[in-house]
Design a protein around this ligand. Structure first.
Ligand code: ATP
Length: 364
């Protein structure tokens, strides 16, 4: 942090709807900072993504990587376009490079529906859904050190990598989070240890590490059964920790249970750096139509304020995060703000204006 309480933020608009939801989020962040006082942002726009790759042949230029490394935090909207691929056929995903480079091992994906958004699950207990999926974000089936191979039309292989150092810090992170949340204080390993020895290894380390956190209960669930728990009794989940690919899939299910990807924030956190970005991708099907719901990015920015607050012992940023969250809750509370995911017409600017006007009224 700069001496005048200014946080330097590397800002990646990326591709598709990413560019459309970035500016409203930045405006709200500046507004909440000036409302609360005591801190400010120095935004550093960074180029990267599939569009950048198409023009320049590289997806994450060194200048942007340097800005990310030097920033207090990184706020990223969405990257990737289905028709822009590297020569081996993979989608351009510099957000993965950021995770690997900055060792952002803990993908934090909260699942907590907004009170005013039409519930997806009919059970009245759905109001109590409040849990976090922690997606390991640097290895598993996405491990860069073990890229898949293809032998023409005959065979293709992928490798899943589970390492002790990453597991140890991941499980410690999950236990600390469960303790800080102060709810059920429970961490669940979501794995497939009945089939894959790699997950047997994962689970052994899980119980080794969680044993040291005496205030946190540890249990486990196979990933297929866990998908069912997420629909049938999600209020029993507190913190669930899982492998990269499983986390990718389950967090989209969690997002759907909140109303859609436009409501699902996330953070990729390491020991020294963190990227805050919505769970969704660049949504090319709605890009340029003004329909993108910016809520997930606004809530990701609130997570960034909380992370900065905890890291720098800054109560002002914590207050700003609460004000922003309250403004989002208030904006949706009347039930009239219905986004396209839920069949409504409220687009990017309607959501932005509603949150901005709620923010002006929040008792901060
Ligand atoms: P990626 O793999 O890059 O995360 P994805 O395949 O999950 O991307 P998305 O781009 O996230 O795909 O889009 C999935 C669906 O969700 C699309 O129909 C898209 O329009 C919708 N969607 C995603 N984000 C939003 C948003 N912010 N507002 C409204 N709809 C969204």
């Amino acid at each position: 942090m700069k001496s005048n309480n200014t946080f330097r933020i590397a800002l990646f608009p990326g591709d598709g709807i990413g560019e459309e939801i970035t500016e409203p989020t930045r405006l709200l962040m500046d507004e909440v900072a000036s409302r609360i006082g005591g801190f400010a942002f120095d935004w550093e726009p960074c180029e990267a993504g599939a569009g950048y790759y198409r023009k320049h042949g590289t997806a994450l230029p060194e200048q942007s990587m340097k800005a990310a490394r030097e920033a207090d935090a990184i706020l990223l909207a969405a990257m990737g376009l289905p028709d822009v691929r590297s020569p081996d056929g993979r989608e351009i995903a510099p957000q993965l490079d950021l995770r690997f480079d900055l060792d952002l091992y803990a993908g934090v994906r909260p699942v907590k529906p907004l009170p005013g958004v039409r519930p997806i699950l009919a059970d009245p207990r759905a109001h109590d859904i409040d849990y976090v999926i922690i997606r390991e974000s640097t290895e598993g089936l996405f491990a860069p050190q073990a890229p898949g191979t293809r032998d023409g039309d005959a065979e293709a292989r992928e490798t899943m990598v589970i390492t002790r150092p990453t597991c140890e810090k991941l499980f410690d992170f999950a236990c600390r989070l469960a303790g800080q949340r102060g709810g059920q204080r429970k961490v669940t390993s979501v794995d497939k240890s009945n089939v894959f020895p790699a997950f047997g290894f994962w689970r052994d380390i899980f119980y080794e590490r969680t044993a040291a956190f005496t205030d946190v209960k540890a249990d486990h669930c196979y990933v297929d059964a866990f998908a069912m728990v997420m629909v049938q009794k999600p209020w029993t989940i507190d913190v669930a920790v899982t492998e990269n690919m499983f986390g990718d899939i389950l967090s989209d299910l969690g997002a759907a249970l909140m109303g859609g990807l436009g409501y699902a924030p996330s953070a990729d956190i390491g020991n020294d750096h963190a990227v805050f970005q919505p769970c969704h991708g660049s949504a090319p099907d709605i890009a340029g139509k003004g329909l993108a719901n910016p809520t997930a990015m606004i809530l990701s920015a609130a997570m960034m304020l909380e992370w900065l607050g905890a890291r720098h012992n800054a109560t002002d940023t914590m207050r700003a995060a609460s004000a922003l969250r309250q403004a989002v809750d208030d904006a949706f509370s009347g039930g009239e703000l219905v986004t396209c995911e839920l069949g409504g017409k409220a687009g990017t600017s309607a959501v932005f204006e509603a949150v901005r006007s709620s923010l002006a009224k929040v008792d901060a």
